[in-house]
Design a protein around this ligand. Structure first.
Ligand SMILES: CC(=O)CC(=O)C(=O)O
Ligand SMILES: [Mg+2]
Length: 219
């Protein structure tokens, strides 16, 4: 049997841990408070979708938003990982979209309900090819962008993150043990907006990766 390949981590069925409100400009655009501790939620592995397959609009939303984010792929698991050694647990990165049914999220927030329907549906986590750690020596200072039908909507630097990658790895692993093949979505900068059926989303990390996804309705 061939050895498992971290470059195809999404096939392993591991956890997707998402950090919300990690950019002050995005918290402000949605009129959310700037958090003093990371806001966490989960997506199931069935959320993954790769280039060549569409992002499927859930039937129950009329306001699906894109959120472009840097994803951190865990290469070595652990519990209560100190910040000082956190980067030793990183195998690499992916560019991700945290697709969000914003109308449903708003409704859940107002009723005090969890965000599962808004955030965890099938195809809610489009990802790029795996980017080995060496290709991004300074993940705390890279530029993420996203266009809808060739119009720039998001363009922000990871230097604007409130909580750094080592801080997040330490914080999360104190609560949820991290395993090889887990993915951490690190939050989105400002500029989120609504997408429609047949829209084309293109996203990239300057000089590193680009990816393209079409939005479609389940046939
Ligand atoms: C309000 C949100 O949807 C939080 C989130 O996912 C983010 O990236 O910020
Ligand atoms: Mg997000």
């Amino acid at each position: 049997m061939s050895a498992r390949n971290i470059a195809r981590f999404w096939e392993w069925g591991r956890k997707i841990i998402c950090v919300g409100r990690n950019y002050a400009d995005h918290a402000i655009e949605l009129k959310n408070a700037i958090p003093s501790e990371p806001v966490l939620f989960l997506k199931p592995p069935s959320a993954y979708v790769r280039e060549g397959s569409p992002i499927l609009l859930p039937f129950y939303t009329s306001n699906l938003h894109h959120e472009v984010e840097l994803g951190v792929v865990i290469g070595k698991g652990g519990t209560a990982i100190p910040q000082s050694s956190a980067m030793e647990h990183v195998a690499g990165y992916v560019l991700c979209l945290d697709m969000t049914a914003r109308d449903i999220q708003d409704e859940c927030k107002s009723k005090g309900l969890p965000w599962t329907l808004a955030k965890a549906f099938n195809t809610s986590c489009p990802i790029s090819d795996f980017i080995p750690k060496e290709k991004i020596p300074n993940p705390g200072s890279i530029n993420l962008w996203l266009k809808v039908n060739d119009i720039v909507k998001q363009n922000g630097s990871t230097s604007q993150m409130i909580f750094s990658i080592p801080y997040l790895i330490n914080y999360i692993s104190e609560i949820i043990s991290l395993e090889e093949g887990d993915l951490i979505l690190t939050g989105t900068p400002k500029g989120v907006s609504s997408v429609q059926e047949q829209d084309e989303l293109q996203a990239g990390i300057d000089g590193i990766v680009t990816m393209t996804f079409k939005v479609d309705r389940k046939s």
